[in-house]
Design a protein around this ligand. Structure first.
Ligand SMILES: [Zn+2]
Length: 201
């Protein structure tokens, strides 16, 4: 089942790669990252990175989350998980009409499997709530966090699992991101009451 879903994403991407990749790139794409790419825990400067379709672990997490939040349209999630080195971060972005989640696998030793899944869920929340292109606003992060809490609960994970990555979040608030304590509260809120996860404001 997982393998079939994995293959279908690859084939969709195979088509996309033809139009997205620069000459010579065969197994990945250049992804532009800018201020329209909501990131997990810090602003990413404008840059271009080389991203590959997500490795199988991350693909599985993504499909579990997509299933748990009932996001499939015509049997597909319509969002593509990818891996790239982006400064120990994760982003939601869009390129050539493709909605992408890019996750830096080097985060995983710090946050573990569940933490990685929560981070991907958070980025999925940015897509679900259509945050791309909006002005930076800590409330958008809290919305993505509530979504992530709900998605982890619906995918059968404990609250501790949903909170497995919070130690990497900034303790103090910034212009774009809430303080860690507020984010923990939002994740917990979504986990406790999953119906809140899809209530984008
Ligand atoms: Zn975010």
């Amino acid at each position: 089942m997982v393998l079939m879903r994995f293959m279908s994403v690859l084939s969709v991407f195979g088509l996309a790669l033809l139009t997205m990749s620069p000459a010579g790139a065969e197994d990945g794409v250049e992804v532009r990252i800018d201020e329209k790419s909501p990131a997990l825990h810090m602003i990413v400067g404008k840059q271009s990175v080389f991203a590959v379709p997500a490795f199988e672990d991350y693909m599985e997490m993504f499909f579990d989350l997509c299933d748990a939040m009932e996001l499939k349209i015509g049997g597909e999630c319509q969002i593509y998980p990818m891996n790239a080195e982006i400064g120990l971060n994760a982003i939601a972005t869009e390129q050539e009409g493709n909605r992408l989640i890019v996750y830096d696998r080097r985060l995983s030793p710090e946050v573990g499997y569940e933490g990685a899944m929560m981070i991907i869920a958070h980025e999925l929340g940015h897509h679900y709530c259509h945050h791309l292109g909006k002005l930076e606003d800590p409330n958008l992060e809290l919305e993505a966090d509530r979504f992530a809490g709900a998605a982890m609960r619906n995918a059968g994970h404990k609250l501790d699992d949903a909170l497995a990555a919070v130690h990497i979040l900034d303790e103090r608030p910034s212009k774009s991101h809430p303080a860690r304590a507020d984010r923990i509260a939002a994740i917990t809120e979504g986990w406790n009451q999953p119906s809140l996860g899809k209530q984008c404001r």
